[in-house]
Design a binder for this molecule. Structure first.
Ligand code: CS2
Length: 483
C-alpha cells in the first residue's frame, strides 16, 4: 500500500489565499487550533482582513515540527454524536519556538502589522498566585525574565518586552487577549503585565496602562487530546497524513469584551462570537457550571474507575452528582447573563458530556488542579459558605482532588499526577496520622485555598468529606451526597 501523502497547502481549495499575519498567538495547543482558529477563519471568510496567525510555542518545538512540514495546514475534526466532519484550517501562517530564538519572537510581536496578541497558555502559564492573582515573584522564570528582558521565557516577559519595543519605536501597542479559563482573564493578565513592567520601568508600565487593552473573554469548546488512533483515523478518512489534527465537539461559544486598541480586531461577531461590554456573568456561569463539574467528575469519577467524562455521566450516579451540584451548589451562586436559563444551560452541558464520540480523558481535566480548583470550585464554595448554604458535593470534590494528587488511588495504585504542586502534595494523604492533620496539611497551601485555609466551617466539612471518601470510597461518598 502506498504511503499516504503528507497534508500540505496544495490540499487547500483552489484559489485559497493564505491571510497575511495580524495576530501572534502564544500557546499553540489543541484548544486554540480547534476554537479560536475556527472563529478567525470564519471571521475572515465573512469579512476578510489580514488576521493570519503566527503561532509561538513557549516551551516545546513539537507543534512546529508537526505543522511546518505541512505548510501549517491541519485538520479540525468535528465529532458529532452522529458522525464526523473534516475541515482544513489555514489561518496559521508560521510557528516560532520561543526558546530557540526569543529575540525573533520579540521582533515579530513588535512588528507594526501585529495588532493582536492572544494566548492559551493554561492556568499555570500566568506565573501568578491563584488565590490572589498577584505575580509569583519567586517564580524562577519570572526572576530570569526580569534579569534578562531580551531573552524571556514567560508569556509576561514576551508581552512586556514586545510592548517596550513598540513604545520605543513610537508604535501603538497591540491588544492582549487571554483565552484561558480564568475569571476576568483580561484583567488578571493586565495586572500581571503591569506588575511585571513596573518592576522593570515605571514609565513603560504607565504607557501600557494608558494605551494597551486587555479585554476579557469566555471561551468554550470541548477538545479532547489528539491520540495516535485519531491521527490514523484522519489519515484513513482523508487520504492525507496530518500529524497535527485537532478533535472537537460541535458546540463552541466565544464571548468577548469589545475593547481593542483603536478598535482593530477581526469581525468576530460575523463568526458567531458575542461581543459584549462585560463578560463576567458568562465566564462565571461557564467556569462554575462546566469546569466545576468537569473537575468534580475528573477526580471522583477517576477514583470510582471511570476513564472519560462520557463514561462517568453514563453512570446514573455521576449524572446525578452533576444535577445535584448544578441545582444545589452552583446555580444558586450565579447571576445569569440576561435572558439565560441556567437549568437549560446545565441540561445542555450534560448532553455535551454524554457525546459518545468524545473520549475526554479524566487525566486531561485532572491535570494542574492546584491552578484550576480556585476558580472552578473553591470560589463557589466560598460563596456558598458566605450565604450559609451547605455544599457537601463540591467539598467532596476537593477531598477527591486531595486524594488524587497524593498519587495513590483507592486500590493503592499509582496515579500519574501532573500538577505544579505534585511534589509537595505527593503522599500527603497517606502520611497524615489522622484526618484533621491531613486536611491541615493541604489547607497550608494558601496559594490554592486562600481565605478558605482559615475557615473553620470549611475545614470541618472537608474533614467529613475526607472521612467519607476514606471509609465509603468515591462511589459510596457520592451516593451519600446524591441520596
Ligand atoms: C477542561 C477544559 O481540561 C480541562 O480542564 O475542563 O479544557 C474544558 O474542556 C473546556 O474549558 C471546555 O470549554
Amino acid at each position: 500500500m502506498t504511503d499516504p501523502i503528507r497534508l500540505s497547502a496544495r490540499d487547500l481549495p483552489a484559489g485559497s489565499r493564505r491571510p497575511k499575519p495580524g495576530i501572534v498567538h502564544l500557546g499553540l495547543g489543541a484548544f486554540f487550533r480547534a476554537h479560536v482558529a475556527t472563529y478567525l477563519a470564519d471571521a475572515m471568510a465573512q469579512s476578510g482582513g489580514d488576521w493570519g496567525v503566527i503561532g509561538a510555542s513557549l516551551q516545546s518545538p513539537a507543534m512546529r515540527d508537526r505543522l511546518a512540514p505541512q505548510d501549517h495546514v491541519y485538520t479540525a475534526v468535528e465529532l458529532g454524536p452522529d458522525g464526523r466532519s473534516y475541515r482544513l484550517m489555514d489561518v496559521v501562517t508560521d510557528v516560532l519556538v520561543a526558546p530557540e530564538d526569543p529575540a525573533c519572537l520579540l521582533d515579530v510581536m513588535a512588528a507594526p502589522g501585529i495588532r493582536l496578541v492572544s494566548l492559551t497558555i493554561t492556568e499555570k502559564g500566568y506565573c501568578h498566585v491563584p488565590s490572589t492573582g498577584r505575580l509569583q515573584a519567586d517564580h524562577p522564570d519570572i526572576s530570569h525574565d526580569l534579569a534578562h528582558p531580551q531573552n524571556p521565557r514567560t508569556a509576561l516577559g514576551f508581552l512586556v518586552g514586545a510592548l517596550e519595543r513598540r513604545r520605543r519605536a513610537g508604535q501603538r501597542p497591540f491588544t492582549v487577549l487571554s483565552c484561558d479559563n480564568l475569571p476576568e482573564n483580561g484583567q488578571v493578565l493586565r495586572r500581571l503585565v503591569l506588575e511585571f513592567a513596573a518592576a522593570r520601568d515605571k514609565a513603560l508600565a504607565d504607557w501600557i496602562e494608558a494605551e494597551a487593552r486587555f479585554p476579557s473573554c469566555m471561551v468554550d469548546r470541548i477538545v479532547p487530546a489528539t491520540t495516535k488512533e485519531d491521527i490514523e483515523a484522519v489519515c484513513a478518512a482523508t487520504g492525507r497524513r496530518d500529524l497535527a489534527p485537532v478533535m472537537h465537539e460541535p458546540f463552541r461559544q466565544w464571548v468577548v469584551e469589545d475593547d481593542f486598541v483603536d478598535g482593530a480586531r477581526p469581525d468576530l461577531a460575523a463568526a458567531g462570537a458575542e461581543m459584549v461590554a462585560d463578560v463576567t456573568p458568562f465566564e462565571k456561569m461557564k467556569l462554575r457550571c462546566l469546569n466545576g463539574t468537569h473537575s468534580a467528575l475528573a477526580y471522583l469519577g477517576y477514583l470510582a474507575g471511570h476513564a472519560t467524562i462520557c463514561d462517568a455521566v453514563s453512570d446514573p450516579l455521576f449524572a446525578g452528582l452533576c444535577d445535584t451540584l448544578w441545582r444545589d451548589e452552583i446555580i444558586p451562586t450565579l447571576t445569569p447573563p440576561q435572558g439565560a436559563d441556567l437549568a437549560a444551560y446545565a441540561r445542555a452541558l450534560l448532553a455535551r458530556y454524554r457525546n459518545p464520540a468524545i473520549r475526554h480523558a479524566m487525566w486531561q481535566i485532572a491535570m494542574d488542579g492546584s491552578r484550576k480548583l480556585p476558580q472552578r470550585i473553591l470560589d463557589t464554595i466560598a460563596d456558598n459558605l458566605q450565604a450559609g448554604r451547605p455544599c457537601p458535593g463540591l467539598t467532596l470534590a476537593v477531598a477527591a482532588w486531595m486524594k488524587y494528587v497524593s498519587g495513590r488511588d483507592e486500590a493503592g495504585a499509582a496515579i500519574d499526577v501532573r500538577d505544579p504542586l505534585a511534589d509537595p502534595l505527593r503522599g500527603l494523604w497517606q502520611n497524615s496520622p489522622e484526618t484533621g492533620a491531613r486536611v491541615d496539611a493541604y489547607l497550608a497551601h494558601r496559594a490554592v485555598f486562600g481565605a478558605l485555609s482559615d475557615h473553620a466551617g470549611f475545614r470541618a466539612a472537608l474533614i467529613r468529606a475526607c472521612d467519607d471518601l476514606e471509609t465509603l470510597g468515591a462511589r459510596g461518598a457520592v451516593e451519600r451526597i446524591t441520596r
